[in-house]
Design a binder for this molecule. Sequence first.
Ligand code: HOZ
Length: 428
Amino acid sequence: MNHSRSNKLFEQAQRFIPGGVNSPVRAFKQVGGTPVFFKSAKGAYLFDEDGNSYIDLMNSWGPMILGHANPEVTNAISENLQHSTSFGAPTALEVEMAELIVSMVPNVDMVRMVSSGTEACMTAIRLARGYTGKNKIIKFEGCYHGHSDALLAKAGSGVATLNIQQVPGIPSAVLVDTITLPYNDANAVAEVFEKHKNEIAAVIVEPVAGNMGCVIPANNFLETLRSLCDANNTVLIFDEVMTGFRLAPGGVQELFGVKADLVTYGKVIGGGMPVGAIGGHTDIMNHLAPVGKVYQAGTLSGNPVAMIAGYTTLSILKQHPEYYTQLNTVTSGLAEELRKLGRKFNVPVTVNQVGSMISLHFTDKPVCNFTDAAAANNELFKQYFHHMLDAGIYLPPSPFESWFVSVAITEKEVEKVLSETEKFFASL
Ligand code: HOZ
């Protein structure tokens, strides 16, 4: 595959942009080689600057659940553009958006729109602290809740990919109140609650994790978090930036039937535009300014172009519940066939999958937390990534990221993914 234009653009990019990228994990540091520069995309396919095409199993890290350039979404954006790109004042559209979200998600009475998942999680933590009057928070190793100071401890995603143990620039005082525990270890959570009675403001968790590969909550893990939070007057925050509207219209709350006190959103909620949101019950949400004193603001919050993209995407998902069945059938089929290939060629693989989130780890052990994900043969992932890339299949460039399937991916694309995986496994 010719990548000469991408290579040239990367050289140029490094002169003007730190590391040549606007978000670190895009730089291919974990997998080596030069990042591919993209020009366009349609449905299940990406097209790069050199004219190569790829099946997209990353889907912009999750937002493009309908596939790229869905005509209903792009037409709605184009029509709306005529009315101005920003008002910095209330619009009817953001009211419709909030109503739509509340109608799709169980257990959420109100939402505050922001511009990213990072902002949503940062605000949820502040709100939980303001509401409870307590300071400490519990998060889990390998979970990534955006790049705000208090949450960048033992985080997954790019921090794990680049193996950054401690982020310079974050004063240790800011992290004093962040307690990190292994994912899926409910006993460790119970012990911390015992040790820090009346001190824990919030537990924040990716209820299906997607930032250390896809990691599934163990039986009763989420239920135990719920009961510990209830018993200790602690706010349970589900970070559904990846899972919200993706695993079910109501995300993990709906799929697994566990209720959070606050839920954060991003990715699918913006239909490919920069959008995040915090949702919850009125009694907590009304602690946000201007009703309460927990301050949060944003010039582009509720931006009309972003709102129309998100509103149209969510409306399509609401009108097509069969998409969720399709996504699950396609992705669970892919997972099962990948496992079979592992057995056929004696390649130890663990494939984790929930709905349209899936990841392949080169290990014969279960992957239930960050330690398990990090212990896999991630050198082999590197080779697998490049084999797939050369064959025209774009995976997230890190073993610490979930793959995301879109409704545009059909049997034809799955067959190609499987036949290329087969070639790779056969070559080992
Ligand atoms: N943190 C995002 C995935 N978990 C990556 C964002 C990006 O590089 O676009």
